[in-house]
Ligand binder design. Structure first.
Ligand code: AMP
Ligand code: ZN
Ligand code: ZN
Length: 413
């Protein structure tokens, strides 16, 4: 055999080896399992930006010391649970994804959305945009969700491979065990993206107000759950491939019956065809022909803002979606609004939903894992930026969003 044919033979062997190697990689989902990156995003509802400064939170402190902490995270408006969790999932402002409040009316569907209404929450027709688990599943990446808003409906016909129907009282410890169980599944079944939800310290914050000792106890408790989750993650063979983000949807502020505006002092409830939302923000549709008169009556009232939807300040990114109806009325920070005498039950303790520029509405961002810098304090950024950050971490092709990777990229190694 001459040198030339020997070279051809060698080339042939080399190509065959390469082919076998590529085929093996494809069987493993196109990636060497050792290179796989995992992301868990945990939201602890209503965790105000400063809660961890008030009580010992050794586990969140550990993340800050060995990973990233943001000065604060800026939620979208309104600073309520459903709009913001779906913003975190899609990278879109509520106006652009359609979950414009915890409850709203959609004229196009002639249907009302309410967070307590299972049929509505599981109806994909309400959800716009592309949740991150849909982005993942579309690109053949397995995703899981434990109670994240939107994951209970087949948005764009797709749900995360693993998801759970919301069960408010299901024990947190068991939720953590399921997340760990998912991460122990064989590689071909194992989710690479997990969105995970705790409803505390929000529920406690509503009940006793943000400054109560009970909230402090709840903050310590959810911190211990973060510790439990991290400890269980550390025992996994893939521990050093997991990026954990601990974040939340909004803050919390104190309310009282003394700082209350009774809207019926100015307008009558039956002048409206539709009233949606809840303290401190209502979306309104006055009855035909009454829009201007109602607007004029509410416009000058102290401690509230009344805006037609086309005059809402630009920075709130709100009012272009028809689901925001004709006008909104928003209480000034820590003031409340309602229809009639305020009850102690609904107007004491705490709530959220105000202008997102108000400090009390700001929330937290912590992150730790192989992708994140250590001991890095990051400037404030927005909840819309979480989607581009996570798609970047997972090497996914992102959908178009309102978020910006530039605002978070510096926290990565
Ligand atoms: P908010 O009124 O904005 O404080 O909403 C917080 C509440 O939303 C929580 O206490 C839960 O009861 C509820 N919630 C959160 N996620 C879901 C879900 N996926 N399905 C139904 N309710 C939920
Ligand atoms: Zn919330
Ligand atoms: Zn709440």
């Amino acid at each position: 055999m001459n040198l030339f044919s020997q070279k051809i033979k060698l080339l042939f062997i080399l190509m065959a080896t390469l082919l076998v190697f590529t085929a093996t990689r494809c069987e493993n989902g196109d990636q060497d399992p050792k290179e796989d990156v995992y992301v868990i995003m945990l939201s602890m509802d209503g965790f105000r930006w400063d809660y961890a400064e008030r009580v010992p939170t050794p586990n969140l402190d550990y993340i800050a010391e060995n990973g990233v902490i943001a000065e604060y995270l800026l939620p979208g408006f309104p600073t309520k649970t459903f709009p913001n969790h779906y913003t975190m999932a899609t990278g879109l402002y509520p106006d652009n994804h359609g979950i414009v409040n915890n409850n709203f009316y959609c004229e196009e569907l002639d249907m009302t959305y309410r967070l307590g209404d299972r049929d509505a929450v599981e109806n994909e027709a309400f959800y716009g945009g592309e949740p991150i688990w849909v982005t993942a599943e579309k690109q053949n990446m397995t995703a899981a969700s434990y109670f994240w808003v939107g994951s209970e409906a087949p948005v764009k016909g797709i749900q995360p491979t693993y998801w759970k129907r919301y069960d408010h009282n299901f024990p947190y410890e068991n939720r953590i065990d399921t997340v760990i169980y998912w991460l122990e599944l064989p590689i071909e079944k194992r989710p690479r993206l997990i969105t995970f939800y705790f409803n505390e310290p929000d529920s406690q914050g509503h009940h006793t107000g943000p400054d109560s000792p009970e909230v402090n106890e709840k903050v310590k408790y959810v911190d211990s759950l973060v510790g439990d989750l991290m400890e269980k993650i550390s025992r996994l063979p893939i521990a050093d491939q997991i990026n954990l983000i601990v974040t939340s949807d909004h803050g919390m502020a104190k309310i009282s019956t003394e700082k209350y505006v009774d809207l019926t002092d100015y307008v009558q409830r039956d002048w409206f065809e539709k009233i949606h939302g809840g303290n401190p923000m209502f979306t309104l549709r006055p009855k035909q022909g009454m829009k201007d008169s109602v607007y004029n009556l509410l416009k000058g009232v102290n401690h509230i803002y009344t805006w037609k939807t086309d005059e809402i300040p630009e920075r709130l990114n709100y009012g272009k979606n028809p689901r925001t109806l004709d006008m909104i009325v928003l209480a000034d920070s820590t003031w409340s609004i309602g229809w009639g005498e305020p009850s102690e039950r609904f107007y004491s303790g705490g709530t959220h939903g105000w202008d997102n520029a108000k400090k009390d509405m700001h929330t937290i961002f912590y992150a730790i894992g192989p992708a994140f810098k250590e001991t890095h304090v990051h400037p404030p950024f927005e909840v819309v930026d979480l989607y581009p950050l996570i798609t970047h971490l997972l090497n996914l092709d992102p959908a178009e969003t309102d978020g910006k990777l530039e605002r978070t990229i510096d926290m990565l190694k």
